[in-house]
Design a binder for this molecule. Structure first.
Ligand code: ADP
Ligand code: MG
Length: 911
């Protein structure tokens, strides 16, 4: 909502806008004021489409054709006098529907929770502090900060804009970024695309940075006004889900065909037509794996929740499956393999190495040369280098309650902290050397420049000699090639090629010690170049070299193990970094990413390579150094051309194309830009390489669990069909009533199948190579096992039935025995699913507590319907004698004995 009588924001001056919104750019709103405004304007969210109603969900469950047929059949039963049957069938249908709805709800809720987790954030100034908050908490009048890669969190009027460009395709359809300025637009009636002093929610910043005041939030934003067109988010399905949906159809028709055959076979065998019809319908309902898609969704959803606990947020569900097939993880170095808590440890100024002490971002530490304190001359030179580093810088050091917080790029933060150790604080420096223009950092140029007014009283004013100075910092090799002079003994002197080469050697030496090295330079200007000339080609040349700062960025302690695990699991880690080759190699070796014989390719070398050449070389490359985001796309392409399944990390604006191209794009949750997160399949909330490896493990586990549930359900269904089909064919009558079949299907299949879906990772799941993405769910012996194990369950039930029928001659008793064997053998069989080849007696039988409970609960229910007299009449059962009980128990335990024996035999043969 814009306050009543608010002006057309784009037509008036910044001051008027601020006055109207009662906002102060330097301090922002106070928290009390924010609270007040939030109660007035609501939260900054687009209204969600209401979810499906309970009734429509229940109807969705019941309106399946077969279920309808079942209901009708139940009603007919009633008309024919079997009132109890009618109620039992209806009860089963309802129970089934409720279970289905609960499952569906659970799946939907967890997916909705996921969406919340990847909700956008905003950087805002409140109470005089810069902080990162969920974008939903913004209110009109909030002062927000934007930078390249951010998605604009609300509609806002620009207060300050530096080279700002926004991509507004979501609103205007125009995909070319728009240049933004702060000046008022005179015309009132212009299109959104021409309101160049405004930024709009849901668009993205592609370049530069800005400060802006929020003018509209939530549904009052421009995107909110058209949001009802956008809110219908299609639920994404995974390839497996789609394949299973298709498979389900095929299986349904197959089962249906069989049931029809069974029905007519029964008629030919003189079974009573109506009972035969009921049994066939019951069998059809039971045999069709209608619960499979729901179970798969739940297993996926639960798996995704487990991944969240391990710091990976899945943005696109299909990624879960792809993760299990990953063969390469191409990872950034800085912050992903390393801690990204940079600390300047060594500087190189005027031919001398200066050691810097201190840890992290706490600005406490000393400077020394070979253990000795610095002399006055050393200090003077160092001061200018530190000043340059702290000024060509956008990071802020904030003193929090528990310690120091760095807001911004850690590389820059390290320089701010180093300067402060020397007594130069960034806010003060920025006060005396006001910034008047800049060329922001981008990872292709690998440098940035800021222009400052030179304070007349500064001791450096005479050397600089002009009123304006440009400070440039960036990668040493890049920067040195742009320098032609050097600052030495307080003078500016020419830089010879030999000296340059010597400086490059120093850089190499520092980088070889795993230091991330940045160089600082400056150049005097009479005035800031006009906007025509404010380009890096004109500005970043003829620079005067100042010195190097080398920062340590230690590897995260867990990465060495993660790299090892990845390799063990047949996944090749590759480091892709903008940093110098020597730094990258030092870290790569430390982590075990590079092994003897592995190649290292630099960005320029990559540029010189053809695609084919790259395809060949990449097979043995462990590190790509000094690369730009554009190179990442080529790296992904080359790997994919070699049939690799590639996970690739990224954080910057320009990483988006590579993230999209990769099979699994992984964005950084902490340091990543909004643009990269939106392009990614997965967000790592801890920016950690090891998290990708954990996610792969979860991905493999989820797929294995889905296979377990499928194998279990289908082998049980095959067992049911075989039992009835063979009995009818052999002229043994109907071994189970419709209600018995429906019961087994509902109670003994459903719960264990779900429990199998949350099976913990099987031992050794990360010791085998990745799954072949082209292999179907039935590969690896799953299809064969379904058939054989179905035969087993069916055979055992049939044996029980035949035994009772032939020795006791009582149909009801024989059915009760069959009912018991079918239900209990399936429950026992569910434990077999826990391992595919390893014997359970070795792996532990009861390791999945969910399965234990599911089986106990199902068994309990089954015992009740077989023993409590009231249920006996409903389920058409009789109490079994001791002998019958023994037979049921013996047959029910057989699935374990048989399958376990096979496991022992096959594993001992392999060993
Ligand atoms: P990475 O973080 O993997 O090194 P980047 O693309 O962020 O990759 O950076 C590339 C190079 O640019 C860095 O190695 C460093 O030399 C330089 N650099 C990084 N950040 C900055 C910055 N804020 N200002 C100037 N130069 C930078
Ligand atoms: Mg970086």
């Amino acid at each position: 909502m814009t306050p009543n009588g608010s002006p057309q924001w784009h037509t008036v001056s910044v001051d008027e806008v601020l006055q109207h919104l009662e906002a102060t750019p330097s301090t922002g709103l106070s928290e009390q004021e924010v609270e007040r405004r939030r109660s007035q304007y609501g939260s900054n969210e687009l209204a969600e489409e209401p979810g499906r109603s309970l009734w429509s969900m229940i109807w969705g469950q019941i309106s399946e054709p077969l279920i309808l047929v079942l209901i009708v059949a139940g009603l007919i039963s009633g008309l024919m006098g079997e009132i109890v049957d009618t109620f039992v069938i209806l009860a089963i249908v309802i129970l089934n529907a409720v279970l289905g709805v609960v499952q569906e709800n659970k799946a939907e809720q967890s997916l909705a929770a996921l969406k919340k987790l990847s909700a956008p954030e905003a950087r805002v100034i409140r109470d005089g502090h810069t902080r990162q908050i969920p974008a939903s908490q913004l209110v009109p009048g909030d002062i927000i900060l934007l930078e390249a890669g951010a998605s604009v969190p609300a509609d806002a009027r620009l207060i300050e804009a530096v080279n700002l460009k926004c991509e507004e395709a979501a609103l205007t359809g125009e995909s070319v970024p728009v240049d933004k300025t702060v000046d008022p637009v005179v015309e009132e009636k212009v299109g959104l695309g021409d309101m160049v002093n405004m930024v709009f929610s849901s668009t993205t910043v592609t370049y530069g940075r800005a400060k802006a005041v929020v003018t509209a939030t939530g549904m009052n934003t421009q995107i909110g006004k058209i949001a009802d067109l956008l809110q219908t988010t299609e639920q994404e399905t995974t390839p497996l889900q789609r394949k299973l949906a298709e498979l389900g159809k095929v299986l349904s028709w197959l089962a249906l065909g069989l049931v029809v055959v069974i029905f007519f076979a029964g008629l030919l065998r003189n079974e009573p037509p109506f009972e035969m019809f009921m049994t066939s319908i019951g069998l059809a309902v039971a045999a069709i794996p209608e619960g499979l898609p729901a179970i798969v969704t739940i297993v996926l959803a639960l798996g995704v929740q487990r991944m969240i606990k391990r710091n990976a947020i899945i943005r696109k569900l299909p990624a879960v499956e792809t993760l299990g097939t990953a063969t390469v993880i191409a990872s950034d170095k800085t912050g992903t393999l390393t801690q990204n808590e940079m600390t300047v440890a060594r500087m190189y100024v005027e031919g001398q190495h200066i050691d810097v002490t201190g840890n992290g971002y706490e600005p406490k530490g000393d400077f020394s040369i070979a253990g000795k304190e610095l002399g006055a001359e050393d200090k003077a030179a160092l001061e200018l280098v530190l000043t340059a580093g702290a000024l060509a810088n956008d990071a802020h050091l904030e003193k929090g309650e528990t310690g120091y917080d760095m807001i911004g790029d850690p590389t820059e933060g390290a320089l701010v902290v180093a300067a402060e150790k020397f007594g130069l604080t960034a806010p003060e420096l920025n006060g005396t050397w006001p910034r008047i223009a800049e060329l922001p950092f981008d990872s292709k140029r690998k440098r940035m420049t800021t222009f400052h007014r030179v304070p007349a009283e500064s001791k450096f004013a005479p050397v600089i000699g002009t009123e304006v100075v440009a400070f440039t910092k960036g990668g040493p090799d890049v920067l040195l090639s742009l320098c032609d002079r050097i600052y030495r003994n307080g003078e500016i002197v020419p830089l010879t090629e030999d000296e340059k080469a010597a400086l490059l050697d120093v850089n190499l030496q520092m980088a070889g010690d795993a230091l991330r090295v940045l160089a600082m330079a400056f150049r005097p200007w009479d005035q800031v170049p006009g906007s025509e000339d404010l380009t890096f080609e004109t500005v970043e040349t003829n620079l005067i070299f100042l010195g190097f700062a080398g920062m340590i960025d230690p590897p995260r302690p867990e990465e060495k193990l993660a790299v090892k695990q990845a390799k063990q699991a047949g996944i090749r880690p590759i480091m892709v970094t903008g940093d110098h080759k020597a730094t990258a190699v030092a870290i790569g070796q430390e982590l075990g990413i590079i092994e003897p014989g592995d190649a290292v390719i630099s960005g320029p070398e990559l540029d010189a390579m053809s695609d084919d050449e790259l395809r060949e070389k990449i097979k043995r490359t462990g590190v790509f150094a000094r690369v730009s985001p554009e190179h990442k796309v080529r790296i992904v392409e080359a790997l994919k051309a070699n049939n690799q399944v590639v996970a690739m990390t990224g954080d910057g604006v320009n990483d988006a194309p590579a993230l999209k191209r990769a099979d699994i794009g992984a964005a950084m949750g902490i340091t990543g830009t909004d643009v990269s997160k939106q392009a990614a399949d997965m967000v790592l909330t801890d920016d950690n390489f090891a998290t990708i490896v954990s996610a792969v493990e979860e991905g493999r586990t989820i797929y294995a669990n889905i296979q377990r549930a499928i194998q279990y359900l289908l082998s049980c269904n095959v067992g049911e069909i075989i039992t009835i089909f063979s009995a009818i064919m052999l002229g043994l009558g109907r071994p189970l009533t419709a209600i018995q079949i429906l019961w087994v299907n509902l109670v003994t299949d459903g719960l264990p199948a779900l429990a199998l879906g949350v099976e913990p990772p099987e031992a050794g799941i990360m010791d085998r190579p990745p799954r072949d993405p082209k292999a179907g769910v039935f590969s690896g012996g799953v299809g064969k096992r379904i058939a054989l194990q179905g035969l087993m369950v069916g055979g055992l039930t049939l044996i029980g039935y035949y035994w009772a029928l032939s020795t006791r001659g009582d149909m009801t008793l024989a059915r009760t025995v069959a009912f018991g064997v079918l239900a209990f053998s399936q429950l026992v069989h569910s434990f077999n699913m826990r391992t595919s080849s390893q014997p359970l007696l070795k792996a532990g039988i009861f390791g999945n507590k969910w399965l234990n409970w599911a089986v106990v609960a199902s068994a309990f229910l089954q015992i009740i319907v077989m023993t409590v007299p009231a249920f006996e009449s409903i389920f058409d059962t009789v109490t079994l004698g001791w002998k019958e009980f023994q037979v049921v128990a013996l047959l029910a335990i057989m699935p374990f004995v048989l399958v376990e024996s096979v496991k022992w035999i096959t594993t001992s043969k392999e060993a």
